[in-house]
Design a protein around this ligand. Structure first.
Ligand SMILES: NC(=O)c1ccc[n+]([C@@H]2O[C@H](COP(=O)([O-])OP(=O)(O)OC[C@H]3O[C@@H](n4cnc5c(N)ncnc54)[C@H](O)[C@@H]3O)[C@@H](O)[C@H]2O)c1
Length: 373
């Protein structure tokens, strides 16, 4: 099979996962990489044998059809615009952007140029989330009525890059919310409204013994750095299908006992696995049952397969079908996430201005490396 050529822009921490996981997909091949810090791209050339160059040189390579944008959230929209203006399809790491207007411009540019736009997470194509989707679609728990999506912890407060996670463009919602909100839209379809109260537990955090280079002017080992975003967001997302999901995303919690996602339906309940992973477990308790039962996973891709969304885009381009991990899904997820702070500030329910199609499920019986035509 002729492979679709892919370029990676941004050779930081997550890029290793993409360099490695993309090798399992027979329809894509990473042929170039770049980073604003050239040594970082050079290091990936040494590890993976992929030539490195400047962003402009990468955008100018005619054989590249898809650019994987693995830069920090604040530059996602700009790199996506540069990609589209270079005539290439744009696939970004999450979140789709940090500003709704900039994100909308990316969608509009993609449409006007007839190019594809996509954005992580693609974990909802993993075996765990696809099994949960099949259980819902097959009616095991009846009509979904309500549920919970809960992601809580202290956040990566001691990491060398910690200040990033507590600053504009991150926080628990923009950093981890994409996994949860995308999983919910995959299960339930698009949302209608968000009603939320958001807050933060403290104005400063203390870093660990290592400080990343870019923060060394601002903070010393074990020193304090500022928290500029809300770090505890609690709210209700109302879906167009009628289900209402209670959502908590927090960096202010030491320990809790909640499952990542639970869906309660007219005929039973389902526990959905961590949407930041590809695997299970999926458990179900149906009307008449006393206990939860493990459901065997029905779908392939149960280990880390980040880049499956780009692989699906490559097949979709070739066969002129919609790609699943697409811009309108990511833009809708961004709208949901940004609406938490918006609702809290306004003191009222926010009706969402975006919507999207519920992505088509993956078929059963795929081999690893394969996707449907
Ligand atoms: N690290 C993780 O575990 C992880 C997991 C899932 C998703 N993500 C997402 O992946 C993205 C990148 O995260 P990361 O942890 O790899 O960050 P990182 O800071 O380690 O890497 C980002 C890289 O992008 C480069 N960069 C910045 N601006 C650039 C530009 N204009 N052109 C080219 N390169 C540029 C930086 O120099 C850096 O090397 C983020 O959106 C993050 O949310 C990260």
């Amino acid at each position: 099979m002729k492979k679709t050529k892919v370029g990676i822009v941004g050779c930081g921490m997550i890029s290793d996962t993409y360099f490695k996981a993309s090798q399992k997909f027979r329809m894509i091949e990473v042929v170039a990489c770049s980073d604003i810090i050239p040594e970082r791209a050079q290091a990936k050339t040494e590890l993976y044998g992929v030539p490195n160059m400047s962003n402009d040189e990468l955008f100018a390579m005619p054989e590249i059809e898809i650019v994987l944008n693995l830069t920090p959230p604040q530059v996602h929209s700009k790199i996506a615009m540069d990609t589209l203006n270079a005539g290439k399809n744009a696939y970004s790491e999450k979140p789709f952007g940090v500003d709704a207007d900039d994100a909308a411009k990316v969608i509009a540019l993609g449409q006007s140029k007839g190019l594809r736009v996509g954005c992580a997470p693609d974990t909802f194509l993993g075996g765990g989330q696809q099994t949960a989707r099949k259980i819902l679609d097959d009616g095991w728990i009846g009509k979904p009525l309500s549920g919970t999506a809960i992601v809580m912890g202290r956040g990566p407060e001691k990491w060398p890059q910690a200040p990033f996670f507590y600053d504009y463009g991150a926080g628990p919602m923009l950093d981890l919310g994409p996994y949860y909100m995308t999983a919910l839209v995959n299960l339930l379809g698009p949302a209608k409204s968000v009603t939320a109260v958001t807050t933060r537990g403290s104005d400063f955090r203390t870093i660990g013994d290592k400080v990343a280079e870019q923060y060394q002017d601002m903070v010393q080992p074990f020193g304090q750095y500022p928290v500029t975003v809300t770090t505890h967001l609690t709210g209700v997302v109302e879906f167009q299908c009628g289900a209402v999901i209670t959502v908590i995303a927090s960096f202010d919690v030491y320990k809790h006992g909640h499952r990542p996602i639970e869906i309660y339906g007219s005929e039973g309940s389902m526990q959905v696995p961590d949407p930041n992973t590809f695997g299970g477990p999926v458990t179900v308790c149906r009307k008449g049952d006393k206990e939860w039962h493990d459901v065997p996973l029905t779908h392939t891709y149960t280990d880390n397969s980040r880049s499956i969304g780009a692989a699906d885009m490559a097949i979709a381009l070739r066969n002129n079908r919609p790609h699943r991990v697409n811009g309108s899904l990511a833009n809708h997820v961004l709208d949901i996430m940004l609406s938490f702070d918006k609702s809290s500030k306004a003191g009222c329910k926010v009706e969402l201005s975006t919507t999207c199609e519920r992505p088509k499920p993956l078929p059963l019986g795929l081999e690893v490396g394969e996707l449907d035509d």
